[in-house]
Design a protein around this ligand. Structure first.
Ligand code: ADP
Ligand code: MG
Length: 290
């Protein structure tokens, strides 16, 4: 399978489409043989250079979608295609919620890893490593090992390692979820700064609506499992953006609108934790009680 194509080849791309999902489905088969449909009939396009966020109830398939786009899992139906524009750059780089740093490598060596993978010489890598360590606020910790860092600092190492390779698409799965509220805000601001004037396409999974609005050009809302696209919102703010945007009246209106749509999905969430037979029974009971 070519590196730039995940799953069967779909129809040709239009114009500036970067990621195209067509009737995408993913069903897990558990060890006991049960089928767990996580995604079903997902269609969307992400434009080149767009910052897109995906929100939805927990367990609706957001991480599954991200892993399929990353090529870590093949779709069980439909397809995802990615248009490659810069053959010299990595196509995707994922950042996960867990701090995926290597404990036996220093901060510097962890950040350099991405460049090692694409064969950048040490001399060429060194200033870029220094620059990215500065950008994520880790100056002075170059020689530290992850065991000596807080969770937030480890996550900043992971971010620097993903960004330094200038991937065509950054895939971020709730990257700030484990950070405290203040560090999270700082990281959001740093991310705004980092993507400013860059051509990266960003696919960002979050459960935080405020974060989604601040950062994104569009927001995809997914239904509860099996995840489908419920609605796509345009975020009407030009770039570059600053956190002061939160004071704009339209910000609160949009947050409220998305929350109302999300809320009805979240209220269905207990179903996803139940066995199929029990789910059907509860569903019937709820409908009957209305
Ligand atoms: N390996 C697996 N085997 C069976 N079911 C899984 C597996 N991984 C995830 N699931 C189920 O698929 C659904 C979607 O999971 P996930 O993509 O992690 O959701 P989200 O990221 O939106 O919380 C969940 O109901 C989850 O329990
Ligand atoms: Mg997830």
């Amino acid at each position: 399978m070519p590196a730039d194509l995940v799953g069967p080849r779909p129809a040709a791309h239009d114009g500036d489409d970067k990621i195209t999902a067509q009737d995408l489905g993913y069903t897990y088969t558990t060890r006991a043989g049960a089928q767990v449909p996580a995604l079903d009939g997902v269609d969307f396009t992400v434009r080149a250079g767009e910052f897109i966020s995906v929100v939805g109830p927990s367990g609706c398939g957001k991480s599954t979608l991200l892993r399929v786009i990353a090529g870590l899992q093949d779709p069980t139906s439909g397809s995802v295609a990615i248009r490659r524009e810069h053959p010299g750059r990595p196509l995707t780089a994922p950042v996960f919620q867990e701090y995926s740093v290597f404990p036996w490598r220093t901060v510097e060596a962890n950040v350099r890893l991405g460049l090692d993978a694409v064969g950048t010489s040490k001399a060429e890598a060194a200033p870029r490593v220094t620059e990215w360590i500065r950008r994520v606020g880790l100056e002075g910790f170059e020689k530290s090992y992850p065991s000596g860092l807080s969770g937030g600092m480890k996550q900043r190492v992971a971010l620097a390692r993903a960004f330094i390779t200038e991937p065509e698409i950054l895939l971020m799965d709730e990257p700030f979820a484990a950070l405290d509220a203040q560090r999270r805000k700082i990281m959001q601001e740093q991310l705004l700064e980092i993507v400013k004037g860059k051509s990266n396409t960003v696919f960002f999974v979050t459960h935080n609506l405020d974060e989604a609005i601040l950062l994104s050009d569009r927001i995809i809302l997914m239904t509860s499992r099996p995840g489908r696209i419920k609605r796509v919102y345009d975020v009407p703010f030009p770039r570059p953006r600053s956190p002061e945007l939160r004071a704009d009246a339209r910000f609160a209106v949009l947050e409220d609108e998305i929350w109302r749509d999300l809320r009805s999905e979240v209220e269905m969430e207990p179903h996803t934790a139940l066995a199929p037979a029990a789910t059907a029974a509860v569903g019937t009971a709820r409908r009957a009680s209305r």
